[in-house]
Design a protein around this ligand. Structure first.
Ligand code: SF4
Ligand code: SF4
Length: 179
């Protein structure tokens, strides 16, 4: 039996290389680790939303918003690469992140945060707001002050507007004698 297996193996030839002494054979499609292109990243967070392994994170740290990639969790699915609307993730064929320094497993982009004009909390990156501003302006639309608010203040603002509208409608009903 063993002779037959050996004969078959010899016939099919060598399918592996002596890694790490020999470089591995990688196809063009091989999915390796990712790196940020900080010149393109706007801190939108799309990559963090699609990552099934929680290897991409977006955090507010002081006045900054940090997008962080942790190679130690990455399963190399490249969903983030396809989800990034700005082409800010570079897909490499690197698969070896062996290190004795835990920090080497992280890649980060730090963005200046934009403060909510109402409550002062950091809620988006300045770069993202500038980008939205630019896109809207190119369509001839001025960015509304409301859009610069954080989601919570925007919600409160919307409820206030709704309440003012309701009161206005009620007054109008009274003036016109509608019950
Ligand atoms: S890498 Fe792309 S998807 Fe992720 S935060 Fe930056 S711009 Fe957004
Ligand atoms: S390649 Fe997959 S697992 Fe790795 S960071 Fe991107 S989405 Fe997450």
């Amino acid at each position: 039996m063993i002779h037959r297996i050996l004969a078959l193996a010899l016939k099919s030839g060598v399918a592996t290389v002596r890694y790490p002494r020999q470089p591995p054979i990688l196809t063009e499609e091989f999915r390796g680790f990712l790196v940020f292109d900080p010149t393109k990243c706007v801190g939108c967070g799309a990559c963090t939303r699609v990552c099934p392994a929680n290897a991409m994170n977006l955090e507010i740290r002081g006045n900054e918003i940090v997008v962080e990639y942790f190679a130690g969790r990455c399963i190399l699915c490249h969903l983030c690469f396809y989800a990034c609307p700005f082409g800010a993730l570079v897909a490499t064929t690197s698969f070896d992140r062996t290190t004795t320094n835990f920090e080497d497993l992280f890649d980060r982009v730090a963005h200046e945060g934009a403060a909510c004009p109402s409550c002062g909390s950091i809620h988006a990156t300045k770069r993202l707001i500038q980008f939205v501003d630019l896109v809207l302006k190119s369509e001839g639309i001025e960015i509304e002050d409301r859009l610069r608010l954080c989601p919570e203040c925007r919600r409160i603002e919307a409820l206030r507007a709704l309440n003012a509208f309701r009161i206005g409608m009620e007054r109008e009903g009274v003036e016109h004698g509608v019950e």
